[in-house]
Design a protein around this ligand. Structure first.
Ligand SMILES: [Fe+2]
Ligand SMILES: [Fe+2]
Length: 153
């Protein structure tokens, strides 16, 4: 692994959860994490880091609750477990993002932690945990279509 690597893995079709809104949020999340990582590595001003950090924090919160709503809507049986993972993430990200407000923070260390807890965590979460509700709900949707041709959304 190259530490100087500025690129981050972007969203691709294999990560799709079958819901346009959530897919777009995942896309945007990964993109903004890339922006943040680049800003850290290129030594951007604390003000700028804070701005991107705050945007991400809000965006993450919004995404997690949107996703929880979606799982509840379809009575996804893994909801409780998924919610626990989200709660852990909420706390972890709040801790991480609090460090953006600290001027004395080592930016290189922060960049490494962003990589680990934001980027790697998200990729893993989307491809493993989110994929589980996606498979369940997508199957359910196919079943609904087969038994009922009229779409009631
Ligand atoms: Fe997600
Ligand atoms: Fe999730």
């Amino acid at each position: 692994m190259n530490e100087e690597q500025n690129q981050v893995l972007e969203w691709n079709k294999s990560m799709s959860v079958g819901n346009e809104l959530l897919d777009n949020q995942h896309k945007q999340l990964l993109k903004q994490i890339g922006v943040l990582k680049f800003a850290l590595l290129s030594g951007d001003a604390v003000e700028r880091l804070r701005e991107i950090g705050e945007f991400l924090e809000n965006y993450i919160k919004q995404h997690l609750s949107e996703e929880e709503k979606y799982m509840l809507e379809y009575n996804y049986p893994g909801y409780e477990n998924h919610k626990k993972i989200h709660d852990w993430a909420r706390q972890k990200f709040a801790e991480l993002l609090a460090r953006f407000f600290n001027e004395n923070e080592d930016k290189m260390q922060l960049a490494k932690d962003v990589e680990r807890y934001l980027h790697d965590w998200w990729i893993n979460h989307i491809t493993v945990e989110d994929k589980k509700y996606a498979d369940y709900i997508n199957k359910l949707k196919v079943g609904q279509k087969n038994t009922n041709n009229t779409e009631n959304e």
